[in-house]
Design a protein around this ligand. Structure first.
Ligand code: SF4
Length: 198
């Protein structure tokens, strides 16, 4: 067997780490507990926000930890995400996809604002949320006025609108899903699905 080579600098590091660990142990602290304490300190001044993982129909609960006190010139930032131990679906666990949510949130390519591509145009243009909502409402109203079917060929009342569809996201609570369903169906819309069915 060959001898393990340790440089002088490496020896100091090794010795320091060993002394540190054995001193902690001698004082009654386990190194693992000490490291865990550092982790807890990192999150101590964060705000917790509960949410739902947006990826799939399992709908796991997550806790997002963010820094920033909400002051006018302070921009909040999510620095850590983990499974919500109180959530009945996942009880604190997350699959690898959900565990990597922080990368999705902070991705430079994440779409965060509404954009509009005019008919025939190649470029997307940034628009405000008010403009986007007005445009969607206008298009829905015009299409419904034009294509709403009050009665079928036999004269029976059907009140259906089949020329526009609605796709809802999976990251919804039962309550928001219920409200979405009521709004969509009250318009007579038949083509309605939820990403949670993927
Ligand atoms: S953590 Fe995984 S299993 Fe849970 S909702 Fe997200 S993608 Fe689905």
């Amino acid at each position: 067997m060959g001898a393990v080579r340790v440089s002088r600098r490496g020896l100091f590091k090794l010795t320091g780490a060993s002394v540190g660990a054995s001193t902690l142990t001698a004082l009654g602290f386990s190194p693992a507990a000490a490291q865990a304490a550092v982790r807890a300190f990192k999150l101590e001044r964060t705000s917790e926000t509960r949410n739902t993982c947006p990826y799939c129909s399992v709908g796991c609960g997550v806790i997002m930890y963010s820094i920033g006190d909400g002051a006018k010139n302070v921009k909040g930032k999510i620095i850590h995400i983990e499974g919500d131990p109180d959530h009945p679906t996942n009880r604190g666990t997350l699959c690898p996809k959900g565990a990597a949510l922080i990368d999705f949130i902070n991705s430079k390519t994440r779409l965060q604002v509404p954009q509009y591509r005019a008919p025939g145009a190649k470029e997307w243009t940034r628009i405000s949320w008010d403009q986007a909502i007005d445009k969607i409402a206008r298009l829905m109203k015009d299409d419904r006025d034009k294509n709403f079917i009050a009665r079928n060929g036999d004269g029976q009342t059907v009140n259906r609108w089949v020329s526009t569809g609605f796709l809802a996201a999976s990251a919804t609570s039962n309550e928001t899903a219920w409200a979405t369903y009521k709004v969509v169906r009250s318009l007579g819309m038949v083509v309605f699905d939820n990403q949670a069915r993927v």
